[in-house]
Design a protein around this ligand. Structure first.
Ligand code: G3I
Ligand code: 9MR
Ligand code: ZN
Length: 534
């Protein structure tokens, strides 16, 4: 990078409008692209040495200018931004595409041209999977979403993705009024619920009907080569053993689905609840279950997680919120006694979903516990806000948080800030969250939009096998890249990114799966966050 970086999608009329200039304090002008008129003049705010990007940066703020139009920013030293919009609807299309991305991740059906456009392809992964360790048994778990740039399907990450989407729908139903559209679009049930149902149906197939436990994942033994199309990935499929984390996530998401789908499809909702209860039963019969490790001959994504208390806590919260049964409330209270992160929303740490569910619940709650969780949430948000105020780009990531999937950390934290506002009855964090959106769409240390197909300089080479193998120039649109990862965890990164500042440790090349892969659970918090602003 970099001269001036902006949100390449633009800014809504009345929102906080910030941009970041790499350099010392300087005067700037906001200029209309349409007629060359200078509409606003200002000085940058204090410049600072930004630890995450390793640069001296100064922040521009032209929030007071609210006229719709196309503009660019010019610094008095001559450097100039890309043109951008000011307008009420600058986030609508991206919001829609971030949701549509889940359709593109679908497994097991033809993606037809009518819905998929140039990115159409054939159906995939339809053969029943061998149960690892019991080669005589098969599980027919077709469907669902591919996890990421690979074609594995993993229960825990899938549950996080659906949880974000269902929460977005619960909090912002109006954001989902428009049709995507999808093959199932019927104008009755919102498309976001049709899309989630595709994944939920797959998850239901991943439950062991004998025990109620849930298989951890469904994959081939190894990853196929990086340009393999889904329909050409015909290696044998395996389900890995049942895990407590997958079963906990499953119970949580099914109980949540039972509540959300009830008014659209009562029969489906009740099958979700039955499945959730069976999974809960498995959990109670297996109080101490070893954490998941990849079986020796399977080398696909592990999603290993030794701690299952947070998944159980989430499950208990959702089951209580949905059924009102005292036994789930008691279990939730007991699990809350343990020490684990109760405000995280990652694939490994699901505690935040449990807390949010309990705090949003209409059921009777234990006042002390509810107060404690509410105070904890506000404290967490306060800490994030303090980081934003120190950061050169105004975001809540600490330098050490630029890990694999840092854009998920970014978006999860933005989500938490919005939820803290909502549950605290305030709007104080909204403007901080906007900087997270600006960062995602280009106001960042590499000057790129991290979402395919959106912005003047979007990433173009994500680690995503269909985008690599389909012969179409442009990648599948609406996909959120993992983002900078200071851990240099692939060969390309080790060679080219070693020693870079955390926020700059990113490469828009297909080879760099540890910085530029895409996943369903990096898209889902982006849908949540944008839902607040459409
Ligand atoms: O939690 C620690 C943190 O305490 C520490 O400070 C930090 C610094 O290294 O590391 C953190 O752990 C990281 C962990 O992600 C956190 O979520 C690990 O280093 C990092 O290796 C790990 O990366 C995961 C990666 O798989 C490798 O296991 C990603 O989260 C996860 O999203 C990714 O998932 C893959 C699937 O396996 C396969 N499908 C694609 C998908 C995306 O790349
Ligand atoms: O493509 C794989 C990606 O989805 C995973 O996140 C990543 C880490 O598990 O692994 C990728 O596969 C690579 C493998 O690990 C090593 N050989 C090169 C593969 C990429 O083509
Ligand atoms: Zn598939």
């Amino acid at each position: 990078m970099m001269g001036i970086t902006i949100n390449q999608l633009g800014y809504r009329n009345k929102d906080t409008k910030t941009a970041v200039f790499a350099g010392e304090n300087e005067g700037f002008k906001l200029i209309s692209q349409e007629n060359g008129e200078v509409v606003w003049e200002g000085e940058t705010l204090i410049s600072l040495d930004d630890a995450a990007s390793g640069m001296t940066v100064s922040k521009l703020d032209f929030s007071e200018w609210q006229q719709p139009g196309t503009y660019y920013v010019k610094m008095n030293n001559g450097s100039q931004s890309e043109p951008f919009l000011i307008g009420e609807e600058v986030y609508e299309e991206a919001h829609q595409a971030l949701l549509k991305a889940f359709y593109y991740f679908r497994c097991g059906m033809d993606l037809e041209e009518q819905y998929a456009g140039d990115w159409k392809h054939g159906k995939c992964h339809l053969t029943p999977a061998i149960v690892y360790g019991d080669e005589t048994r098969k599980v027919d778990a077709w469907g669902g979403w591919h996890d990421a740039g690979d074609y594995g399907k993993y229960v825990g990450p899938g549950a996080k993705a659906v949880a974000d989407l269902l929460l977005a729908f619960e909090c912002y139903p109006k954001a989902f009024a428009r049709m995507v559209p999808l093959p199932e679009t019927d104008g009755v049930m919102p498309d976001v619920l049709h899309e989630c149902r595709y994944e939920l149906d797959w998850m239901l197939r991943m439950q062991d009907n004998k025990s109620g436990g849930v298989f951890h994942k469904l994959t081939t033994l190894r990853f196929p080569s990086a340009d393999t199309m889904p329909e050409d990935d015909t290696e044998e499929l395996y389900v890995s053993p049942i895990s407590a984390t997958a079963t906990g996530c499953f119970a949580g998401i099914m109980a949540m689905a039972a509540r959300v789908y009830d008014r659209f499809d009562a029969a489906f909702a009740s099958s979700c609840l039955i499945a959730a209860e069976a999974a809960w039963e498995w959990l109670t019969l297996h109080p101490e279950y070893p954490g998941f490790r990849n079986p020796s001959s399977i080398v696909t994504g592990e999603y290993g997680d030794k701690l299952d208390t947070d998944e159980r806590y989430w499950a208990a919260a959702e089951l209580y919120r949905t059924t009102g049964e005292a036994r789930y409330h008691e279990a939730f209270q007991q699990l809350a006694e343990f020490s684990f992160d109760k405000y995280e929303l990652g694939w490994a740490d699901m505690g935040g979903y449990g807390t949010i569910s309990y705090l949003m619940s209409e059921r009777e709650r234990e006042a002390g516990l509810a107060e404690q969780l509410q105070a904890g949430l506000q404290e967490e948000a306060g800490k994030l806000a303090a980081v934003c105020r120190q950061d050169g780009f105004g975001i809540s990531l600490l330098p050490e948080q630029y890990i694999w999937g840092s854009n998920m950390v970014l978006l999860n934290q933005a989500m938490l800030l919005l939820i803290a506002d909502r549950l605290g009855g305030t709007t104080a964090y909204e403007r901080l969250v906007l900087d997270h959106i600006h960062y995602l769409f280009g106001m960042n240390a590499v000057g790129m939009s991290y979402v395919t197909g959106f912005g003047s300089k979007p990433i173009r080479h994500p680690h995503h096998r269909p985008s690599e193998g389909d012969g179409v120039d442009e990648p599948v649109p609406g996909l959120v890249s993992g983002g900078p990862n200071v851990g240099v965890q692939d060969e390309y990164a080790r060679e080219h990114l070693t020693g870079k500042a955390p926020a700059a440790a990113f490469a828009d090349v297909m080879e760099s799966y540890s910085t530029n892969e895409v996943t369903i659970y990096w898209n889902s918090p982006a849908v949540f966050v944008l839902s607040h602003f459409v």
